[in-house]
Design a binder for this molecule. Structure first.
Ligand SMILES: C[S@@+](CC[C@H](N)C(=O)[O-])C[C@H]1O[C@@H](n2cnc3c(N)ncnc32)[C@H](O)[C@@H]1O
Length: 251
């Protein structure tokens, strides 16, 4: 499979942490990790979350998996980077001897799995790496809320400061087709007008699609939240936050 340049290109990857600040969802994941001893962060990106979990709870065993080397290289350089086991792998093909109390897919990683078969494959892999009483938590944007409509150039313009490049203007654009959205991410370094761009494709799988994929992977949702404030999922919710465990009824 081809790896998204947004994550695999070492210049573009450098912008990630500055364009994606720490948010309520990250706090939620850190709190959620409190009771787990072994934690797998699948699609960990630049390791922002895994690093914070390691700093908050120094006794935990943490693994971070990502397909993109450029993201992992940034992850390794974080303050707790040396205390985390980083592995470059496609999440759908991960094979570890270790099982985990908690598996996390944060920052809408679940949406990079474009087909139903891909979603089942990653969920089966999660099943394989989950302890019998373990939990997995992942978020996917609710297609009914159509968040991509806010990704037009004018609506999405933002500026951030990068320690090497100085002020950077960022924006997106998008094309939607059925449940798939291809979006452009653009960075313009304001000091020298140099521009970088990447195009990414993600899927907005429906609530029913994800529930079906979970069942096929022998997993079951114990809870589905609609926001990081913890309210239950409903049709107008922006998020679908699935908290899942192994389905003990089916073997
Ligand atoms: C939107 S970023 C989220 C990163 C991180 N979880 C966060 O919350 O900041 C998506 C990440 O998924 C990774 N990714 C994409 N496809 C993957 C795959 N098949 N297996 C593992 N990681 C993948 C990308 O390289 C990227 O780092």
């Amino acid at each position: 499979m081809t790896i998204d340049r947004l994550y695999q290109d070492s210049t573009l990857a450098q912008f990630y942490d500055f364009d994606n600040e720490w948010k309520a969802n990250d706090d939620y994941y850190v709190e959620f990790a409190k009771n787990a001893h072994t934690i797998l962060d699948l699609g960990c990106g630049t390791g922002m979350l895994a690093n914070q979990i390691a700093l908050t709870y120094p006794d935990k065993v943490i693994f971070g998996i990502d397909i993109a080397d450029a993201m992992l290289n940034i992850a390794k350089s974080k303050p707790a980077g040396s205390r985390i086991t980083w592995i470059q792998s496609d999440a759908k093909q991960l094979v570890l001897r270790q099982k985990f109390d908690l598996i996390i897919l944060s920052g809408h990683v679940f949406q990079v799995f474009l087909t139903y078969q891909d979603r089942v494959a990653v969920l089966k892999c999660i099943h394989e790496h989950l302890e019998e009483e373990g939990l997995c938590i992942f978020d996917s944007r609710n297609p009914l809320a159509k968040e991509w409509l806010t990704w037009a150039e004018e609506d999405s313009k933002r500026e951030f400061f990068h320690p090497t490049f100085g002020p950077v203007l960022a924006w997106n654009d998008f094309q939607a087709h059925d449940d798939t959205v291809t979006y452009g991410t653009y960075y313009r370094i304001l000091n020298d007008k140099q521009e970088y761009q990447a195009f990414s494709t993600i899927t907005f799988a429906s609530f029913a699609d994800i529930q079906q994929a979970l069942a096929e992977a022998n997993l079951i949702a114990t809870d589905v939240l609609g926001s990081w404030q913890g309210d239950t999922y409903h049709d107008q919710a922006e998020e679908m936050i699935f908290i899942v465990k192994k389905n003990q009824m089916k073997r």
